[in-house]
Write a protein that binds this ligand. Structure first.
Ligand code: ATP
Ligand code: FE2
Length: 356
């Protein structure tokens, strides 16, 4: 069984190919800007221009012919409508051409489900009693085979910031941002500092050089967080020219990531789960990973964090979830593809998780 997955919710056009739960290829191209944020129509044009090339590369990397594809999965939502349309159009074209079924996938749940094949994130410390490094690495890889089974997920991406966990038939949102997503927040902060999109990786670099912590508002409200007030505060501090960029970046990370970790910890306590899975582009941040790891260690929970290529938007996670959904009977035949539409505002808890 070979599933092709198409991702196009925002800045990234990606195609991944999965065979029986194993990733054969994961190719993507991301729309970036030197200054300023993402323009949806421009991102959609970027996807249209690059889709054929990404498709050929994905087939080549997976070493398969297009006739071997059994199912086509695509990101149906949530996302930017012009970008989603490009992905859906391509999915329908392929489905009609190859006469293969389509599986529409929720992008956020794909970020979550990829945790099933994510290795547990722990130091490579040999178990007591293991003598050789070979034995130690065997022990390590055995542990790695276990993916997250029933995690609380901290989903920290551009547009979304949610604490999600499975409970009676759905992935429920236990907490979320009350205004903007943490990635968009960081990108806006970066824009005020005169840095282009995406700002996250550059802010992480500046933060490493920061030394002095600058007091910022800390906004946790029950299980939710709020970020726009902190953004305004940061903007004022930048305009005052009294603070170094490095210290501001460092203080922003320490404050905002502490807020994320606090609500994640509370969700673990409430749900009595003992696995935390990190997902979304902001999860690439090493300081956020470190803070999550410390919290998990303190409460004896396991911490899972996919590799970067599976954290940012990518086609492999769409193919991976597409296969699980197809196996459970969710599909549209190519003749019915006109019944499928994009869902730009689809929420995680709108989806009936019938495959679990
Ligand atoms: P969504 O899943 O909500 O549709 P998205 O499509 O915007 O989100 P992702 O690829 O999951 O995208 O995440 C992109 C975000 O991740 C951007 O805002 C980017 O700045 C942020 N990001 C990437 N690397 C880092 C990093 N090292 N530190 C902080 N943020 C980062
Ligand atoms: Fe995403």
């Amino acid at each position: 069984m070979i599933v092709l997955g198409i991702e196009s919710t925002a800045h990234t056009f990606g195609i991944g190919i999965v065979k029986n739960g194993k990733i054969l290829s994961n190719v993507k191209k991301t729309y970036t800007t030197k200054k300023g944020g993402i323009i949806p129509i421009e991102a959609a044009k970027h996807h249209k221009k690059n889709k054929e090339e990404i498709y050929s590369e994905a087939l080549k990397e997976a070493k398969i012919k297009e006739s071997e594809i059994n199912v086509i999965a695509f990101s149906q939502g949530p996302g930017l409508a012009p970008c989603l349309i490009e992905g859906m159009k391509f999915a329908k074209e392929l489905s009609l051409k190859l006469k293969k079924p389509i599986v529409p996938v929720n992008h956020c749940i794909a970020h979550l489900e990829i945790g099933r094949i994510t290795r547990v994130h722990h130091e490579r410390i040999p178990k007591k009693g293991t003598k050789t490094s070979h034995e130690a690495s065997k022990h390590f890889s055995e542990k790695c085979l276990l993916g997250a089974k029933n995690p609380v997920m901290l989903y920290a991406s551009g547009a979304n910031t949610q604490i999600i966990a499975y409970a009676s038939g759905k992935y429920r949102i236990f907490g979320e941002t009350l205004d903007i997503g943490v990635g968009n927040f960081i990108d806006n902060f970066a824009r005020y500092l005169g840095i282009g999109f995406p700002g996250g990786p550059k802010i992480e670099k500046l933060a490493k050089k920061g030394k002095d912590y600058i007091e910022l508002p800390y906004k946790v409200k029950g299980m939710d967080i709020a970020l726009s007030g902190i953004l305004t505060n940061l903007k004022q501090k930048i305009e005052s020219k009294n603070y170094s960029k490095n210290d501001l970046a460092y203080s922003m990370q320490e404050t905002v990531f502490a807020m994320l970790v606090e609500v994640s910890e509370r969700a673990l306590a409430h749900t009595e789960k003992n696995e935390l899975l990190l997902g979304g582009g902001v999860a690439c941040n090493k300081r956020l990973q470190e803070m999550c790891k410390i919290m998990c260690k303190e409460r004896n929970a396991q911490f899972f964090c996919p590799e970067n290529s599976l954290l940012v938007d990518n086609g492999a996670m769409i193919a991976f979830l597409g296969e699980i959904m197809f196996d459970s009977g969710i599909k549209f035949s190519f003749e019915d593809s006109n019944k499928i539409d994009i869902k730009p505002r689809q929420r995680t808890d709108d989806v009936n998780v019938s495959w679990k």
